[in-house]
Write a protein that binds this ligand. Structure first.
Ligand code: CTP
Ligand code: MG
Length: 178
């Protein structure tokens, strides 16, 4: 039982690592030209805001792919799942799309850029990564993301996310530690 729980936690973290690193790299690489080019939506508010930049998006996707490719090298030795090429792309790209979509919806709901939205801010990239992978890499997704793995990811991610954001805050990449 305990072995099964531990195995599920390790699998969950391993499988989401490209998405986690993607989210972290977006913060580290962030800054510069905003994706929305400072344009406003019909409602007069920014489309995405200054917190969503090209550097962050591209750095996030790239960082996640590099992470997954690196994991593939050691996967056989560790006996952990291998990432197929579509999975390698879908996890980070989905993570960044989820994060960007969340910001679009946040602006529509009238939340200023950077204002925290608990759980939504912490799980946006997870759902993006899962949805993208489920759509474009269905076979691999079904094979690896069991219901328990998904539940573990949803419970564990807000805790890990908090940790990353505190780091981002400490190194001056985020204005607030959440
Ligand atoms: N970041 C970026 N580009 C991205 C994602 C993140 O440049 N595509 C950087 C920005 O410096 C951003 C920081 O990472 O301020 C934290 O990201 P996040 O919390 O997702 O954005 P917020 O600034 O909180 O904006 P929002 O309210 O839209 O969530
Ligand atoms: Mg935020």
């Amino acid at each position: 039982m305990l072995i099964y729980v531990l195995e599920t936690i390790i699998n969950a973290i391993w499988l989401m690592m490209p998405a986690y690193i993607s989210n972290m790299c977006a913060v580290l690489c962030g800054g510069g030209t905003p994706i929305d080019l400072r344009r406003k939506f019909r409602d007069g508010k920014r489309m995405l805001g200054d917190g969503k930049t090209y550097n962050g998006f591209i750095g996030g996707v790239f960082g996640g792919i590099v992470m997954g490719a690196g994991q593939n090298i050691i996967a056989p030795d560790l006996g952990l799942p291998h990432f197929t090429i579509p999975a390698l792309i879908c996890l980070p790209l989905g993570a960044m799309m989820g994060d960007t979509t969340k910001s679009f919806l946040k602006r529509r709901a009238g939340h200023e850029c950077g204002v925290p939205l608990p759980l939504v801010d912490q799980l946006d990239f997870v759902f993006g990564a899962l949805i993208f992978t489920a759509i474009f890499s269905y076979g691999w997704f079904i094979e690896n993301f069991t219901l328990w793995v998904i539940i573990t990811i949803i419970v564990l991610t807000p805790i890990l996310h908090k940790l990353f954001n505190i780091i981002g805050y400490k190194i001056g990449k985020k204005d607030v530690p959440w």
